[in-house]
Design a protein around this ligand. Structure first.
Ligand code: URA
Length: 443
């Protein structure tokens, strides 16, 4: 049975017929699709997923690959709509700071179009793990309390916006619903109706949990206020749970895997991840900022207007692009839709940091002798530190076993309004690339 996790029970309380479970082998893409489509508000979403499941079970195993199939078209449309709403939630939730019982807390009211709370939650946990926060929506509530993510019931739409609304949300949810003792019991009862308790082994734990819940709450209340290191530990644990950042994997594996990347929300609106390309063992690697509009559509780095300047400058500097490896610090296009246009937006430090996962792996796979950082984002992606590009351009910096030549991003030249200035800067860019070629020859 499909469930959004918001329904009261997986089994109906009023004695509805329980069906024999049917084991169905599905392609990997199916559960991924289900996870999104199920969050859509369309009343036919469950029927659609069941129909696809039934078709897979009845021999149409590859149905999801038929992009012209009406069911697949519809499911993909729902999935894309859900991705968009998750992205919007990440972008548009605004917290307001409150002080409740001497503790700093943050609250936000948000009205997503679909039931995306669970899909959207990891982003907020990652980004705001050192705050205590609550996001209330008409579909449910999430709160990050003392290093724990708690889902709660829907909130009523506040009559007005403003500070009082947020206070109300906190007093209503923070003090009651998010009392862990109460919430857990409620959730357990909701998921496992009592009439099933004696047939479910895990329910043996419930009485004990109920009994000790009061003690746990007391312990929580008597604890000294949380200090940053406690949260830092939680964050470190989560990071440690991810694959090691410098693990070695061949480029073609990474290129495939990056398409599944959900480390930050930029994958939502982007067409695809744009991975690096070029000679797999190139001695020189160029790192840009992020794919632009053309790159996003083509799936290749530096093929749009900035790419044209880059290609021209490379040729003038005597560097063959085919022998180099070209990539970006961030693998998804970040943009703002304006009418029919998609206007480039700078990736945030958080997005750049997340994407270092991929950049580092590319470096480990290619093992370049020299890396050319095209602009400040590239430097941040490569080193994790901000570097003044105008001050350091043309210099080679050594970082963590890497030799990095710093220069400007080609789009900086494109944006210069004065042709004379653009000409001058272009000449300096070519000179930097020539320096890179010389450093490489001498290495
Ligand atoms: N700008 C970049 O930084 N990278 C590209 O691939 C295209 C434009």
């Amino acid at each position: 049975m499909f469930s959004t996790g918001e329904e009261l029970s997986l089994f109906s309380e009023d004695g509805g017929e329980e069906l024999e479970p049917l084991a169905v082998k599905v392609p990997r893409a199916y559960p991924k699709l289900v996870a999104k489509v199920i969050c859509h508000n369309a009343p036919d979403r469950f029927a659609l997923l069941y129909r696809l499941l039934w078709r897979i079970h009845s021999g149409e195993r590859h149905v999801l690959q038929i992009s012209a199939d009406p069911d697949v078209i519809c499911a993909m449309r729902y999935a894309r709509a859900v991705d968009k709403v998750v992205y919007r939630m990440h972008a548009y939730v605004r917290f307001a700071e409150r002080e409740i019982e001497g503790e700093k807390v943050f609250a936000a009211w948000h009205e997503p179009q679909h039931r995306v709370l669970r899909l959207a939650a990891p982003f907020f946990v990652d980004r705001f793990s050192n705050m205590e926060w609550l996001i209330a929506t008409p579909f449910g509530t999430i709160a990050w309390r003392r290093g724990e993510l708690i889902f709660g019931p829907p909130a009523a739409r506040p009559a007005e916006r403003g500070d009082e609304v947020l206070d109300e949300l906190w007093t209503a949810y923070y003090r009651t619903t998010f009392n862990p003792a109460r919430l857990r019991v409620k959730a357990m009862v909701a998921q496992m109706p009592k009439r099933h308790w004696n047939t479910m082994p895990e329910t043996a734990l419930i009485p004990d949990m109920v009994q000790t819940a009061g003690l746990r709450v007391e312990a929580m209340q008597s604890r000294t206020p949380d200090t940053p290191p406690r949260f830092a530990a939680a964050v470190t644990q989560r990071i440690a749970a991810k694959p090691p950042e410098t693990g070695h994997a061949p480029l073609d594996v990474l290129r495939r895997e990056v398409q599944e990347c959900r480390l930050c929300p930029l994958h939502g609106p982007a067409t695809q991840a744009v991975f690096g390309e070029g000679a797999p063992e190139a001695s020189i690697m160029f790192v840009g900022e992020q794919p632009g509009d053309q790159e996003d559509l083509n799936g290749r780095p530096f093929v749009g207007p900035a790419g044209q300047i880059f290609d021209r400058a490379l040729a003038e500097a005597g560097i063959e692009r085919a022998k180099a490896y070209v990539t970006n610090a961030v693998k998804h296009f970040k943009f703002e839709p304006r009418g029919k246009r998609r206007v480039h937006m700078k990736p945030s430090a958080g997005e750049i940091t997340k994407c270092r996962f991929w950049l580092r792996r590319e470096i480990v796979a290619v093992r370049p002798k020299l890396v050319v950082a095209l602009g400040a984002t590239a430097m941040l992606g490569l080193t994790g530190q901000s570097v003044a590009v105008t001050k350091e351009r043309g210099n080679v910096l050594f970082f963590d076993g890497l030799s990095i030549l710093v220069t400007v991003h080609p789009s900086y030249i494109l944006r210069l309004p004065e042709p004379d200035m653009a000409e001058l800067e272009y000449g300096r860019f070519v000179a930097d690339l020539k320096t890179a070629g010389q450093r490489l020859a001498a290495a």
